[in-house]
Design a protein around this ligand. Structure first.
Ligand code: GAR
Length: 224
């Protein structure tokens, strides 16, 4: 049976789009029960609606505390039968109210090689710092921002003085590779969290792989 998931967004939803595409191609074994946004003008809502996927907007401004907002998200998602959550550009910190509703079942994509450059502008911060390798990370979510155990990362080269937008797009291309893969591993029940470590079952040898655009570890599997 496909894993019933929710995708949380705040904006364009390009990561949501690749999840939908892989689901439609039957490579990604999930059923997106709900796309939830905290911004009503998030373009990702339109992407979901184009495929008949239920959507919901909850503005955090309508709630007096983070806990109340999270409580309402939990209520909506549970009512839709959601069992796991993919945060794909969701620009909110979640509280234990949300975490405890989906223990070990919430993942997030971040546009930096964590633990470097957490926060709202990972790519921009990396650009300004002058790194020569940038990238993205999918990790389990815990109570601290951009902190939980790492599932998969992809690294891309960065050049001094290059247009930050070019770097952002190069990282985004890698996000679109590693987020569906991590989501599939979650759906397959192959991810085991052991403290800071995430072990991928049936994967004894973890060797990074590159297709010339990004260096991905653990390597992507068939279809991703
Ligand atoms: C992505 O780059 C994602 O990594 C980032 O927001 C963007 C959303 O793009 N998330 C964060 O910065 C979380 N800290 P999208 O809406 O096109 O998927």
């Amino acid at each position: 049976m496909s894993l019933p998931i929710a995708v949380l967004i705040s904006g364009d939803g390009s990561n949501l789009q690749v999840l939908i595409n892989k689901m439609e191609e039957r490579i990604l074994d999930v059923d997106i029960k709900m796309v939830l946004s905290n911004r009503e003008n998030a373009y990702g809502l339109k992407r979901a609606q184009a495929y008949g996927i239920p959507t919901c907007t909850l503005s955090h401004k309508d709630f007096s505390s983070r806990e109340e907002f999270d409580g309402e998200m939990v209520r909506v998602l549970k009512e839709s039968g959601v069992e796991a959550v993919v945060m794909a550009g969701f620009m909110r910190i979640i509280t234990p109210v949300f975490l405890s509703a989906f223990p070990g079942k919430i993942i997030n994509i971040h546009p930096a090689l964590l633990p470097a450059f957490p926060g709202v502008d990972g790519q921009g911060d990396a650009s300004k710092y002058g790194v020569r390798l940038a990238g993205c990370t999918v990790h389990f979510v815990d109570e601290k921002m951009d902190h939980g155990a790492i599932i998969i990362q992809s690294a891309v080269p960065a050049s001094p003085g290059e247009d930050p937008e070019d770097l952002r797009l190069r990282i985004l291309e890698q996000e679109h590779r590693i987020l569906p893969q991590a989501t599939q591993w979650l759906a397959e029940g192959r991810l085991r969290i052991d403290g800071r470590f995430v072990k991928l079952e049936e994967d004894d040898v973890e060797l990074a792989e590159t297709d010339g655009t990004g260096l991905v570890n653990p390597p992507l599997e068939y279809g991703f």
